[in-house]
Ligand binder design. Structure first.
Ligand code: NAD
Length: 433
């Protein structure tokens, strides 16, 4: 919740528009439109719990802007979800889809719930109940949800099924991130981490890195964090620190990431282990807090958990040379200025984590065509998009001597501006009079 001294997440998010607008000749009307989410639906979702009691959960869906196409964005289940956060996340989706040139606008949804406290049956009832409330607000040609924090492919499958039952027709294109057997796309499961990995590979080429010299810390070891860690480890990068919501582990020589993933998925706990087949042995590692992980002496820091992790309070203590924002909004705008002044390169979320929505777009295309691609095709098309947009933004950053974030927003604004201006702005209508 915002205070008089601290802007809300949404206010902080849209503050970046003004800075980016200085570097485009986009019509002021475009900026004004982007300050205001297009539509919001707030719902109460009643769920019958396993003990027979009834609980009511608050749910939200914000459609931010649809000038470039149907709105698109994930659904988050988390105790801290509120309308302000969902508005900010929806705004980022509008910018993200424009950054990678997808024919989508931005949206986001969420339910205020600690999903870890629900049984599987309760989780299914909540997921289906949320869609019953949202059934007239979303649709394959208007607003297409996807997974986010603490929602996964199975949840997407339940939601698609519920929507299809309500509308009495099979509608896989209403939601992406589904299980493969229910119309999901190969390559969607690791797409967010893979997109960030392709950005890091472009940076590796630009900065002539040798992966074996590069130390990486990853905050958040869920879907996105695990994927980027696994791909970097396979290329020889040293993954020296990893954390989840309970805390982190640090080992200067680097972890064997496949073993950590195996143990995390088997035991739900993050443990420093080395596995040979299914036999895992504990290895030495320092236990660290999430705060300590962020301040480690590493080359690349990858926040892959939640927003507002690097703020004015700790920005000065960040020692990484590069921050790759896999999470949405992990660096506050105040912290951004400190990092820029300290020479830290921040690869912004609206580019670094755009791999997820890009493969969601591929899934939607496949659902509508009824024709499914091979994994190789998904990977190569994703790499082409990520590399093209990364390099365009990286070059603009150097040419204009601005931060990579401002360059990314300016890149998005140019595309959004073209869509808004194609419908006419004040300038056009004044000329016509
Ligand atoms: P997830 O639920 O699979 O994983 C989240 C991870 O963060 C878990 O390991 C959890 O333990 C950890 N975590 C939670 N609170 C933490 C804390 N305070 N400190 C450290 N770790 C903490 O979620 P995900 O899908 O991997 O999403 C992670 C981030 O990436 C989110 O910001 C999300 O919006 C963003 N993102 C995800 C996708 C996607 O396709 N999954 C796409 C774009 C952006």
């Amino acid at each position: 919740m915002a205070t008089d001294f601290e802007p809300s997440i949404f206010q902080d998010a849209i503050a970046r528009l003004d800075e980016a607008a200085k570097y485009t000749d986009v019509d002021p009307e475009v900026i004004e439109q982007l300050r205001h989410p297009m539509a919001m639906l707030l719902v109460s979702v009643p769920v019958r719990m396993d003990d027979g009691s009834l609980k009511i959960f608050s749910g939200y869906r914000v459609q931010h802007n649809n000038d470039r196409g149907p709105t698109k964005g994930g659904i988050r289940f988390h105790p801290d979800v509120d309308v302000d956060e969902v508005k900010a996340l929806a705004f980022w989706m509008t910018c993200k889809c424009a950054v990678v040139g997808l024919p989508f606008g931005g949206a986001k949804g969420g339910v205020t719930v600690n999903a870890k406290e629900l049984s599987k049956l309760e989780l299914e009832r909540l997921s289906r109940g949320f869609i019953r409330e949202m059934a007239d607000f979303i649709g394959p040609e208007s607003d297409i949800p996807a997974p986010d924090v603490y929602t996964n492919a199975m949840v997407m499958g339940w939601m698609m099924d519920e929507y299809s039952m309500i509308h009495r027709r099979h509608t896989p294109a209403v939601i992406t991130g589904k299980p493969l057997a229910l119309g999901g796309s190969v390559g969607r499961d690791d797409a967010t981490g893979r997109g960030a990995y392709y950005c890091i590979k472009e940076l590796e080429a630009r900065r002539q890195w040798d992966p074996k010299d590069i130390r990486v810390a990853v905050q958040g070891f869920g879907n996105a964090g695990q994927s980027v860690a696994r791909l970097l480890h396979a290329d020889g990068y040293h993954l020296v620190a990893i954390s989840d919501s309970r805390g982190g582990i640090y080992k200067p020589e680097g972890f064997d990431i496949p073993s950590l993933i195996y143990m995390k998925n088997e035991s739900r706990k993050l443990q420093a282990v080395y596995c040979d087949g299914s036999v895992c042995e504990a290895v030495d590692a320092h236990v660290i807090t999430n705060e300590e992980l962020l301040e480690l002496e590493v080359d690349v820091l990858i926040p892959a958990a939640l927003e507002n992790q690097i703020t004015h309070e700790n920005a000065e203590r960040i020692k990484a040379h590069v921050v790759v924002e896999v999470a949405n909004g992990p660096v506050s705008s105040e912290a951004d200025e400190t990092l820029l002044a300290d020479g830290v390169l921040v690869v912004p979320d609206i580019l670094a984590n755009a791999g997820g929505v890009t493969v969601s777009y591929f899934e939607w295309v496949q659902n509508r065509a009824g024709y499914y691609w091979q994994e190789e095709e998904v990977h190569s098309r994703l790499r082409e998009i990520m590399a093209r947009e990364f390099n365009a933004i990286y070059d603009a950053m150097h040419e204009r001597r601005i931060s990579m974030r401002t360059a990314a927003y300016a890149h998005a604004l140019r595309r959004l501006g073209e869509a808004v201006e194609a419908q006419g702005t004040q300038r056009f209508f004044e000329d016509a009079l």
